[in-house]
Every structure is written in C-alpha cells, then in structure tokens.
Design a binder for this molecule. Structure first.
Ligand code: NAI
Ligand code: MG
Length: 502
C-alpha cells in the first residue's frame, strides 16, 4: 500500500473552471460576495489551493432569500405547469450526464474521491435522482374526501386536499458527496415547485457551482435556485435563521443539526435533517463468508469511510470472527490509497486537514484506550490527508471509537455469541439510527433482525445500495424525515384541506 501518483489529465473545461474566481448565484446572476471576500478551496491529495470562491455571508443569504421569494411568488416559475416543471428537472438530469466526465473530475479534484467512483456512482446517481424526481412533478396529488359532519345533518359538502409547495427552502449540504447531496436536496424541492437557497459545503463547492451553471442552461427561471458558497457559522447559520425561509433541509453533523433546529425554532420553520450514524453491520455464523468479507469491507471503506451510513461497528458471530477480521484486514491491505485523480486509486485522502486530524485523533484515542489495530491505525506520511484503512479489535462498548462517528476508514470488529436479544441490544446501543447491515443465508433471521434494528435503512447481504426510489433517513439522532423516494416530496409540500358547501 502506498500513495500512487500517475494522475489523469484534467478536462480543459475543468482547468478553466477552477482558474476563474467563482461567484455566488443570486437571482440568476453570478455575483461577488457583498463583502468582496473570497476563500481558498484545497486539493486534499496535496493540500494545495485549487480555486478561490466567494465567501458569502449573512448579507448574501439575505439577497438570495429575497430572490428566491420573488421567484416563488411571481414571474415564470409559479406559472409553469407541472409538466413543464418536470421537463426542466429532467433536462437537468440530462445535462449532468452530458457533462459526466467534467463533473466527475471536479468532484474528484475537490473532494479527493477516486475518479472512477465519481464517474460510476456520484454523477450518474445525481442525474438519476433528477430524472426520478422529474416524473413526480405531474403526480403530486391531493384527495377527494367524503365527509359526514354529524352536527350539520342534511348538509352536503365537497371536500378535497391540495398539496402545495412549502415555499422558499434553505438547503445546507456537506462535503462527502457534494454533487449527489445537492441533487438529493434540489430534485424533490424543484419537482414540488419550491424555490431554493442552497449553501454548499466550504470544503467542496466546485461541483455545486458548476451545477448552478447547468441549472441556468436547463432554463430554470432566475431566482428559482440560488447558490451560496461560504462557511457554516456565517452563511449556514444565517440561512437557518432567516425569517424569509419557510423550510430548512440539512445534511451534516448531529451537532450542527441541533443548532439548525434551534435557529428554525424562532419562527417554527419546517425542518428536515439527515445526520450522523454509527451503523452496525452484523455477520451471522451462517453467512456466505466471501460475500460478507467483501461487503463489510466495502461498508466501511467506501468513500474512505466518509459516509453517514458507514458500517463502522462490525458485529461478527464468534465462529466466524477470526475469518471475517482476517478477510476484512486483507481487503484493507489490498486497497490502493492515492490521489483521487489517479485511475488506479481505490481510496483517496480525507476531505480536509480538519477531517484528517479528527480521524487521526480517533485512531490515537482508540489505541490509547486499549483497542488493537489488526491493520492500519496510522496516517500516511507525505503530502495530503491520507490515513490507512484500519480494522480495530479489542474494543469496549464505552470507547469513543465505538460511540462516536469517526467518518473515516476505521471499523471496529466485535465478536458476539448468540443470535439473541443481547445482539440486538448491542447493535442498537448508539444514539444514532441511520443504517444497518445483516449478513446471513437464513432468511428468517435476516428479516427478524431487520425488524428489530432501530435504523432508517437495513441492508441484507448488501450494503450502500442507494436508489432514487428508496427512501433514506434516520431513526433517533440520525435525523428527521426521509430523502429520496416519494417520501421526499412530503418534505417540500404541505397539504391544504378545502371544504365547499354544496
Ligand atoms: P458540519 O455539520 O459542520 O457541516 C455540514 C454543513 O453544515 C456544511 O455546509 C457547513 O458549512 C454547515 N454548517 C456548519 N455549521 C453550521 C451552522 N452553525 N449553521 C448552519 N450550517 C452550518 O460537518 P463537518 O464539520 O464538515 O464535519 C464534522 C462531522 O460531521 C464529520 O466528522 C461527520 O462525523 C459529520 N458529518 C456527517 C455527514 C452526513 O452525511 N450525515 C456529512 C458531513 C459530516
Ligand atoms: Mg463543522
């Protein structure tokens, strides 16, 4: 294992995109921050600056919210038919596919993820989300409701419900899947007819800014989507607190999720949250060993462990424990760690110096508290924010590495004796409840466990399977609401009951 080097030659559109100082998209115009400030964007594989973007803050959020309000209340957007709206959303999906290579390169450069993963997963999934949501624009329906009204004998009514867009939406997204998270947020909001102020993650603003250009190219009216780059404590906080915003949708840390709720409480904005996780991945003794080893390794090492649903607590039944640990450790040893833009790379750097230090801090704390690294356990020397894929054993339930979200390529393997309530208790022993995995050939056990795990998603003999049609979200402190699937439309619509006396 070592840091590879031969990087692809960037598409000329990518090099020219990053060369130019990038601005904010407000009311259909690309503008500088009101303060005139900018901030640098880094390549996590080297620590070098790759671009400069506008540093939006409170004033810019205010401008953007006003533009979104105007676009929601007047102009072309509210007059579009559902079919026209759906066609715009579909077109955006098409444009993403047309620019697949360019977007994949931007994503890999900015976030550090392997270029082949960005090409095969991030960009196509983002396009598919828009295509899926485009179809919903014409299918957001209310009901006609027969009512009885016992205190009005003989009277007749015609009652029905309308589902209306919730209004101006503030969306705040993280850096782990920058383009895809923008798609998860924008797709249903636009299909429902909302207007949006989208705050990109400060670590990874580039693909979202390019998406802003594609949104214009698709033909969305000005102000329907406004895009702000800036920091969480300033731009993000201002968006969550802005009285002109009807709803906030957030993906990120549970800690910031709580701040969002507090800010939104002042005027009781609607809130949806997709937060952290500490997902259990359970291997029963009758599991297909090869499948379970490859699957549990992928569950933690995909996207360098920077996944809210990463299978970071690996529970293995005693009889298979040594084999699974050795198998996952072997998978870890085989992983080619390097810059995302090297096509040979299978795992890139942590997204930022801060994230790199956080993960290294967890590795140290785990080892200081008595855990043992079967493989990995350290950072890689040299430039960039690389850490070794790591398998820990000999942990205790109270250790920080077991309780807290690491958000890095670090899995703790924990043996268990029986398929019983103690196993369920251990798997559920976390404040989080985002996802879980189960590996077994026993269909009864698989579904029994699926029903008992307190998490928004359970994968059986697979992991990290995402689809635009499949709702995703958290139990407990992993969040509020479900993104993707038709459930996502509930986040961006509200119901009106209309009752007419006949
Ligand atoms: P974060 O929660 O601070 O950042 C996510 C987004 O929220 C960014 O756009 C950021 O600018 C914004 N933000 C930050 N503070 C804010 C505030 N006070 N008001 C409004 N918006 C704010 O996450 P960060 O610092 O990047 O990562 C810390 C940890 O969070 C990670 O180690 C990981 O455990 C977790 N995380 C979870 C993610 C998920 O997908 N659920 C994604 C990213 C991080
Ligand atoms: Mg933060």
């Amino acid at each position: 294992m070592g840091v590879a080097a031969a990087e692809i030659r960037l598409d000329q559109r990518v090099t020219s995109f990053v060369k130019e100082r990038r601005k904010l998209l407000i009311g259909g115009q690309w503008v500088d921050a009101a303060s005139g400030k900018t901030f640098p964007v880094y390549n996590p594989a080297t620590g070098d600056v790759i671009a400069h973007v506008a540093e939006g803050d409170k004033q810019d959020i205010d401008r953007a919210v006003k533009a979104a309000r105007r676009a929601f209340e007047s102009g072309a957007w509210p007059r579009l038919t559902p079919s026209e709206r759906g066609r715009l959303v579909w077109k955006l999906g098409d444009l993403i596919l047309e620019h697949l290579e360019e977007l994949a390169e931007l994503e890999s450069l900015d976030n550090g993820k392997p270029i082949n993963v960005a090409r095969a997963a991030d960009v196509p999934l983002a396009a598919d989300l828009f295509h899926y949501m485009a179809g919903w624009a014409t299918k957001i329906e209310g009901n006609t409701i027969p009512i009885s009204v016992p205190y009005a004998p003989g009277a007749q009514f015609h009652a029905y419900t309308l589902r209306e867009p919730v209004g101006v939406v503030g969306q705040i997204i993280p850096w782990n899947f920058p383009l895809l998270m923008a798609a998860w947020k924008l797709g249903p909001a636009l299909a429902a007819g909302c207007t949006v102020v989208l705050k990109l993650a400060e670590e990874t603003p580039l693909s979202g800014l390019r998406l802003g250009e594609l949104i214009q190219e698709a033909g969305f009216p000005d102000g329907v989507v406004n895009i702000i780059t800036g920091f969480g404590e300033t731009a993000g906080a201002a968006l969550a607190a802005h009285p002109g915003v009807d709803k906030v949708a957030f993906t990120g840390s549970t800690e910031v999720g709580k701040l969002i709720v507090q800010a939104a409480a002042r005027d009781l904005k609607k809130v949806s949250l997709e937060l952290g996780g500490k997902s259990p991945n359970v291997v029963l003794r009758d599991a297909d060993l090869d499948l379970a080893v490859a699957g549990t390794a992928g569950a933690i090492f995909f996207n360098h462990g920077q996944c809210c649903c990463a299978g970071s607590r690996l529970y293995v039944q005693q009889q298979l424990f040594d084999k699974v640990v050795e198998g996952v450790a072997n998978e870890a040893r085989k992983i080619k760690v390097g810059p995302g833009l090297d096509p040979e790379t299978q795992m890139g750097p942590m997204v930022s110096e801060i994230q790199f230090k956080r993960v290294c801090g967890y590795l140290e704390s785990g080892i200081n508290e008595g855990a043992k690294a079967v493989v990995g356990g350290k950072k890689l020397s040299g430039k960039g924010y690389f850490v070794e894929p790591t398998v820990l054993v000999d942990t205790r339930p109270d250790m920080k590495v077991i309780q807290e979200e690491i958000f890095g390529p670090v899995v703790a393997a924990i043996p268990f004796k029986e398929f019983d309530d103690d196993l369920v208790k251990a798997a559920n022993d976390t404040v989080y409840g985002l996802a879980a995995g189960v590996w077994t050939k026993d269909i009864g056990k698989a579904h029994a466990l699926a029903s008992k795990l307190k998490s928004g998603t359970v994968w059986i003999n697979c992991f990290n399977i995402f689809d635009a049609a499949l709702p995703f979200g958290g139990y407990k402190q992993s969040g509020w609401g479900r993104e993707m699937g038709h459930d996502a439309l509930d986040l961006y619509t509200q119901k009106k009951a209309v009752c007419a006396a006949l």
